[in-house]
Ligand binder design. Structure first.
Ligand code: ADP
Ligand code: MG
Length: 189
């Protein structure tokens, strides 16, 4: 199937979930995440889950990473006002977030960091496939961002659902994941 078809199917599957189910799956995703063997991390980047899109919540994973790496820096993206770029900012206070035009929370302030400083990225997606490719919201924000990150930065997708067999219209800009974490298991490429 192509990205457009997969986005529709997986968006609907996600929106049909009960809150109690997503809470349980977020817990199971953390359990699966904890099985990944990680190197020392100085800086992690995460999307901030939007409840209205029923996105998997990364805050449990971030809390675990803070526990394991006490000095870890946590960054999140801000979309640029024009174009399809993002800048990346350290989160100093999770209370100080503001909504962007898509209704997604962003750090209101916070030191900007360079993509090259990031060791691990928690990558949002609507669908992924058995080869490690993903379909996002369809604007390529993360493809552009991930192409600016270091080769050895670890890219971990987070999904409530198992992968599709194959995304048929992968293009040269699509950046593959290293892992995808679901409630059932961790996929690795
Ligand atoms: P998403 O990854 O959000 O699901 P797509 O993969 O469909 O979205 O990409 C959306 C558009 O952005 C495509 O036309 C794609 O070619 C373009 N794009 C993605 N990354 C880049 C890039 N690094 N440079 C130029 N165009 C890009
Ligand atoms: Mg893409």
């Amino acid at each position: 199937m192509n990205k457009k078809e997969l986005r529709k199917i997986f968006r609907e599957k996600r929106m049909a979930l009960e809150h109690s189910e997503t809470e349980r799956m977020n817990d199971l995703i953390l359990v699966q995440f904890q099985t990944i063997s990680l190197p020392w991390l100085n800086c992690v980047h995460s999307y901030i889950a939007a409840e209205k899109y029923a996105e998997p919540d990364t805050s449990l994973i971030l809390r675990f990473l803070q526990f394991r790496y006490p000095d870890i820096k946590i960054a999140a993206p801000r979309i640029e006002a024009d174009g399809f770029g993002m800048t990346h900012h350290l989160i100093e206070d999770f209370e100080e977030m503001e909504l962007n035009k898509y209704g997604i929370e962003e750090p209101a302030a916070g030191e900007e960091i360079a993509p090259k400083d990031i060791d691990l990225i928690l990558v949002p997606l609507l669908a992924f496939d058995e080869q490690g490719y993903r379909a996002g919201f369809g604007k390529g924000y993360y493809d552009r961002f991930l192409s600016e990150c270091r080769e050895d930065a670890i890219k971990i997708g987070i999904s409530f659902f198992a992968p599709a067999k194959r995304i048929d219209d992968v293009d040269e800009h699509d950046v593959k994941l290293d892992y995808c974490c679901t409630p059932e298991k961790v996929y690795q490429w």
